[in-house]
Design a protein around this ligand. Structure first.
Ligand code: AMP
Length: 466
């Protein structure tokens, strides 16, 4: 798999991009196109429809945004008349967070042009978006529902759209946007270019492509449903009841500046972020029950480093792009294996290295089997046992706590002497180093569990906090 590797022998200048765009890329620190960019940009510039299989972190946003801006450049103008700035490119995304990020990227790439962009999404007062729409924008990024609201309120016309982008099309289908998509597509001019991006190529996606695309060129930069090679994956087999203690310990020991923790439910996400906060870990949660303002606030705080642990449900975290995110923890394993791929795609983006740890209870083993089938690889496993041998009083004595780890890779590792200090744990000290071997990782878990407060004491402490 070469997906996240930046192409060696191709420069952005070879793609025939305009100087205004090249300048913005240089300022963004991009030196070379990623494989999806190298393949998709020429096809898009040539004007054909495109169906691209690319997972998150591959640089897919620039792969559609750059050619789109290039094609609209001749129409860029400084007129103050809204009529001179009709919507010419429409980018649809499944979630508000992704919409915001895509539009931020478009703005960055377009900063030396006179092209205007705007993002509209639900969950905020529609009236705040209307005046901006009325001034006229060439590139509109939208979630389907809110776009339809604007169309109904007649604050928006789509009859000049030349380019349509469906980003994360698979997730749009998963989220039930098909009827909305059909309504929107019926309002667009028949003559247009369609660019569809999807992390997976399911039969439903192929059907969608048949329906909406005209003779699309198929680009797949990696095997569908593959996971990044630069993400080190790891399973910790742990009882459900021990997960919280393990997480707390891991976060304290890892000293990880930015970790996303995935849960299956909104309730667990909220509860967990509160528990972590009580343990002194700067944490917040994002999920569907939070208002848009709350979600943006949490995300901004996470990006700024004010909070270090972001607990998220799958839908809320979809499309998040946090640069250099070193670690993802699956606190609960998703029942849909594709969600695992999406989750761990939050780390190891654009060539960086990352770590994805999954806490797997015996009941969740069946999901791991499905995940391994999908990603066509085995994830190294290790059993973590937090022994609650004592009462709370006994647990307060460090000597009486105990832990046990058993690895399916290297049982002898459990006999090694535990590390005394955090700094002796090379794995977490250097999260960006090349992929850790299973053997080393086994030792690491033991160090994580053993090097801090005794586990029984830890569990006692957590119990009192509940
Ligand atoms: P995406 O897959 O579009 O969400 O992009 C993932 C990350 O890669 C974003 O933070 C982009 O800014 C970054 N990125 C995209 N293209 C390049 C490139 N050619 N060189 C370096 N970073 C890039």
């Amino acid at each position: 798999m070469t997906e996240t590797v930046i192409s060696d022998n191709l420069a952005f200048t070879d793609l025939g991009l305009a100087p205004e765009l090249l300048r913005a890329l240089t300022e963004s620190g991009y030196t070379k196109p990623t494989p999806i960019q190298a393949q998709a940009i020429p096809v898009s510039l040539a004007g054909g429809d495109l169906m691209a299989g690319a997972q998150t972190g591959t640089g897919k946003t620039a792969a559609f945004a750059l050619p789109l801006l290039q094609k609209l450049l001749p129409l860029a103008n400084s007129s103050t008349s809204p009529a001179k700035h009709p919507v010419r490119a429409l980018i649809l995304t499944p979630t508000r967070e992704l919409a915001i990020q895509v539009e931020e990227s478009v703005k960055t790439y377009a900063k030396h042009t006179q092209l205007r962009s705007l993002v509209v999404f639900g969950g905020v007062d529609i009236k705040t978006q209307t005046p901006h729409l009325k001034t006229g924008v060439e590139v509109l990024v939208a979630t389907p529902g809110r776009l339809l609201d604007h169309i109904e309120q007649k604050t928006l016309q789509l009859n000049q759209v030349q380019i349509l982008v469906l980003d994360e099309a698979d997730r749009m289908l998963d989220m039930g946007f098909m009827p909305d998509l059909k309504r929107i597509l019926a309002l667009l001019p028949k003559q247009r270019q369609n660019l569809m991006f999807s992390a997976t190529f399911s039969n439903e996606i192929k059907k969608l492509a048949d329906e909406f695309l005209t003779k699309p060129q198929l680009i797949e930069v990696a095997r569908s449903n593959a996971t990044n090679d630069n993400v080190t994956q790891k399973v910790y087999e742990v009882a459900q009841s021990d997960k919280e203690a393990l997480l707390t310990q891991l976060l304290k020991e890892a000293d990880a500046s930015q970790v996303i923790i995935f849960t299956k439910t909104k309730i667990t996400a909220s509860r967990l972020s509160r528990s972590l906060a009580r343990e002194g870990i700067a944490a917040d949660a994002i999920h569907g029950d939070k208002s848009q303002q709350e979600r943006i606030k949490a995300l901004d705080a996470f990006k700024a480093g004010t909070i270090s642990a972001l607990v998220a449900t799958d839908v809320a975290a979809r499309g998040l792009d946090i640069s250099e995110l070193p670690m993802v923890i699956n606190y609960e394993i998703p029942s849909a294996p594709e969600d695992y791929v999406h989750r761990i795609g939050r780390t190891g983006r654009a060539g960086a290295l990352g770590i994805a740890i999954s806490f797997v209870s015996p009941e969740e083993n069946k999901y791991i089997v499905e995940i391994e089938k999908l990603i066509k690889r085995q994830i190294p496993k290790e059993t973590v046992t937090l022994e609650k041998t004592s009462t709370r009083t006994r647990a307060s004595s460090p000597k009486e706590s105990s832990y046990k780890t058993n690895s399916t890779q290297d049982a002898s590792a459990t006999k090694r002497a535990p590390a005394k200090k955090k700094s002796s744990d090379p794995w977490f000290d250097k999260p960006y180093e090349a992929s850790t071997s299973a053997k080393n990782t086994v030792a690491t878990t033991k160090q994580i569990i053993s090097s801090k407060a005794p586990v029984a004491a830890l569990l006692g402490g957590l119990r009192t906090n509940k």
